[in-house]
Ligand binder design. Structure first.
Ligand SMILES: [Zn+2]
Length: 282
C-alpha cells in the first residue's frame, strides 16, 4: 500500500500541471473509486477549472482547483488505496484500461490508475479547507519531543508498531515504514510504547520519513510516469538502498542487512511484520 513517500511522488506526477486549466475530464463512472463522489458530479464541478496547487499529507493527496468562476476554490482529495497511482502522459496518448479518472490540460493527460479500485476520491465543498486542520506530520516542526512524550503517555500499553500505524499520530507511516522504524530502533514491534525511549521514537521515525522521501519521491521522479505502480516487486530494486530493511523484508529467506540473521515474520497490530530476532530485543 502506498505510504507517505509514494503518495508524495504521486502528487508530484500531477503537480506539473499546476496553473493549467482542465479541457477534459473522463473516466469509468461505474468503478468503485467513485463510491464517495460520482464522476458526473466531478465533471460538472471541475469543468474548465484551473489546478491551483497541491498538497500531500500522510496517505492523502489534495489538489486545489478554482471552480465556479467566482474566485472560489475546491479541494479534490485522492487516496491511492492498495495499488492506485497517478500517471501523466501527453494529451491524446493512449489510455490504460485501469485509468479510471482522467484530467486533460493543454499540456498533460493526468490519470488516476487503480486496477484494484481500493482508491477513492471526493471533492470538498467550496469554502471547506481540508488541509487546514490535518494532524501534525512527523517531519513538521510541531513534532517535538514533548509532543511524542504526550503520545507515549496516553498509549503506554499499546504496541510500538500499532502506534506507528495510527494515521492520526504518524500520518503516512504504513506497514513497511513501521517495520523499518522498529528495526532501526532495535525494538520488538510488539513492545509497549511506554517501554521505549520517546526521543528515539522521534529521531528514528523522522529519519525514516526523510529517507523514504529522498529515496522514493526524489529518486524515482524521472521514471515514475511509465512505471507499473507501487507493488514492491516493481520498484523495490531502485529504492531505498540495500542497507534498509525494506529491501529484504519482502523476500522469503530475506536476511537482516546489519547482522545477516534470517528475518522472522509474524502478525503484529494485525499486519504482516518482519523483524530481525538478533537485532530487535524482545
Ligand atoms: Zn539483525
Amino acid at each position: 500500500m502506498p505510504e507517505l513517500a509514494e503518495v508524495e511522488l504521486s502528487r508530484r506526477v500531477w503537480a506539473v500541471a499546476e496553473g493549467q486549466s482542465l479541457e477534459g475530464i473522463a473516466g469509468h463512472a461505474a468503478t468503485r473509486i467513485y463510491r464517495d463522489f460520482s464522476l458526473a458530479s466531478l465533471k460538472r464541478a471541475l469543468r474548465g477549472a484551473v489546478l491551483l496547487g497541491s498538497r500531500a499529507h500522510g496517505k492523502r493527496m489534495f489538489f486545489k482547483f478554482n471552480t465556479g468562476g467566482n474566485g472560489g476554490a475546491q479541494w479534490l482529495e485522492l487516496h491511492l488505496g492498495m495499488a492506485g497511482r497517478l500517471t501523466r502522459s501527453e494529451p491524446g496518448a493512449d489510455r490504460h484500461k485501469h485509468d479510471h479518472f482522467v484530467l486533460v490540460t493543454p499540456e498533460w493527460q493526468l490519470a488516476f490508475n487503480d486496477y484494484r479500485q481500493f482508491g477513492r476520491l471526493f471533492l470538498h465543498p467550496e469554502g471547506v479547507d481540508p488541509v487546514a486542520d490535518l494532524p501534525v506530520e512527523v517531519l513538521a516542526a510541531e513534532f517535538t519531543l514533548g509532543y511524542v512524550k504526550a503520545i507515549q503517555q496516553r498509549r503506554a500499553q499499546r504496541a510500538l508498531k500499532a502506534v506507528l500505524l495510527d494515521q492520526a499520530l504518524f500520518p503516512g507511516v504504513g506497514n513497511w515504514m513501521a517495520d523499518e522504524i522498529c528495526w532501526r530502533m532495535g525494538q520488538d514491534p510488539a513492545v509497549p510504547l511506554g517501554r521505549v525511549d520517546a526521543a528515539q521514537v522521534r529521531r528514528v521515525s523522522r529519519m525514516v520519513c526523510r529517507g523514504a522521501l529522498k529515496h522514493v519521491a526524489d529518486g524515482n521522479a524521472g521514471q515514475y510516469a511509465t512505471d507499473e505502480g507501487f507493488s514492491p516487486g516493481n520498484y523495490v530494486k531502485r529504492t531505498p538502498p540495500a542497507g534498509w530493511l525494506f529491501r529484504h523484508r519482502w523476500k522469503a529467506g530475506g536476511r537482516c542487512p546489519t547482522c545477516g540473521t534470517v528475518l522472522e515474520r509474524g502478525v503484529v497490530a494485525s499486519r504482516t511484520t518482519a523483524w530481525c530476532p538478533s537485532c530487535q530485543k524482545k
